[in-house]
Design a protein around this ligand. Structure first.
Ligand code: NIG
Ligand code: FE
Length: 379
């Protein structure tokens, strides 16, 4: 809509429509001039692994030289190496680093993120990560939706005792996280080297019985039946899906599982960008997120994800914007509260100096001026 007006207070959006129809009662409000700018809903990054220690640039170089993600993981690199560093890091160090990441995300228009644990893989460190998210949620403006990813992979000390770790997850870790109300979702990595679909089903069923909503890292590096599993356990989203098969997509559509595409991870892992057309034909709703993590997606630049969505997956700019706003809200079960500029929703919105959504995405410039409003306040 051109020449629009938006009225809000701290409680949320009060009125939105053509400026020419602005009701008299709002005419005396002090306005913010948005001429020559577009106003979009606050961006929602619905899949991040925000808190971790260290980076893995050495593996980035190895992969450029031909090593695969699974080979690096098999020799003790990958997730395991970040787990070792994260266990050794203090709460304060993890908190401060994640706070700085969030600060930069906010400047780039992000108002809500999902954040996963998963670099602890023991009760103590998983709780530490989720408590970092809890404290961040209380002390800085961006909303954080926490996810328990204790089932990210089998930790080194359980390598010869998979059943032992699965029992620990189901009998101790999930109940402890549920009791302390530290996570809304439970996620699992279904992949060779992580968890099989059968193992995942048991863990997810236990999580659901404790009140968690479900997500799955599905079919990222191989077709492991993750999409069909997501449908059968009624997951809210299945994420990645580079190797998804069409039967899985049809099942996802039927069960209303949101597909979360993570094009920055696809880029770094040199996997396939599945055409949006395949999801549309199956009737699956698609969201886009950064997958920010030290291994497969060391960038949280949603603008890059939007560009890749358009150039590699075939989204139009408008479809891509929906994928990081209202569809991302769906992937977090928050579509009633955020994700669009509608009366009654939270006043989370962004002013971008651009002629149009297309011009913003196409003229890729991460340092373009943006003003991010969270709950009605400039952050
Ligand atoms: O979403 N696939 C599993 N988890 C992450 C990667 C984690 C890592 O390599 O540290 C992902 O790509
Ligand atoms: Fe991920």
């Amino acid at each position: 809509m051109f020449d629009a007006a938006l009225v809000w207070n701290e409680g949320g959006i009060v009125w939105v429509g053509p400026d020419s129809e602005l009701p008299l009662e709002f005419k005396q409000c002090s306005p913010i001039d948005a001429s020559n700018q577009i106003v979009i809903p606050g961006l929602i990054d619905c899949h991040t692994h925000l808190a971790f220690a260290g980076w893995r640039a050495d593996e980035f170089v190895e992969r450029i030289q031909g090593a695969t993600y699974l080979e690096i993981a098999a020799r003790g690199g990958g997730i395991a190496s970040t787990v070792a560093k994260t266990r050794a890091a203090s709460f304060d160090a993890l908190f401060e680093r994640a706070r700085l990441f969030l600060h930069d995300m906010g400047r780039a228009g992000v108002t809500t993120i999902e954040a996963k644990s998963g670099y602890g893989l023991n009760l103590e460190t998983e709780i530490k990560l989720l408590e970092v998210y809890q404290r961040l949620g209380a002390t800085q403006p961006i909303s954080i939706v926490p996810t328990f990813l204790g089932a990210h992979t089998i930790p080194t000390e359980f390598k010869t005792n998979r059943a032992g770790y699965i029992e620990l997850l189901c009998k101790e870790m999930l109940p402890a996280v549920a009791k302390r109300n530290l996570a809304k979702f439970c996620d699992i990595f279904v992949e060779q080297g992580a968890f099989s679909a059968e193992e995942a089903r048991d863990i997810l069923q236990q999580a659901a019985s404790l009140g968690f909503k479900l997500k799955i890292h599905a079919d990222q590096l191989s077709d492991g039946g993750g999409a069909a599993l997501a449908a059968s356990v009624r997951a809210i989203s299945a994420d990645h899906l580079e190797h998804v098969n069409d039967t899985g997509l049809v099942a996802m559509a039927k069960a209303e599982v949101v597909a979360v595409l993570l094009p920055i991870a696809t880029l770094y892992t040199k996997e396939n960008f599945i055409p949006l057309r395949r999801f549309d034909q199956a009737g699956v709703i698609t969201a886009i997120a950064s997958d920010f993590n030290p291994g497969t997606s060391p960038s949280f630049c949603l603008q890059l994800a939007l560009l890749l969505a358009c150039t590699q997956h075939g989204f139009t700019p408008e479809q891509a914007l929906r994928a990081v706003t209202i569809n991302a809200a769906r992937a977090l079960c928050l579509e009633e509260e955020i994700g669009s500029l509608e009366t009654g929703k939270k006043a989370d919105f962004v002013l971008v100096e651009a002629d149009s959504v297309s011009e913003w995405i196409y003229h890729f410039n991460p340092s373009r001026r943006m003003q991010t409003f969270k709950k009605g306040k400039l952050i």
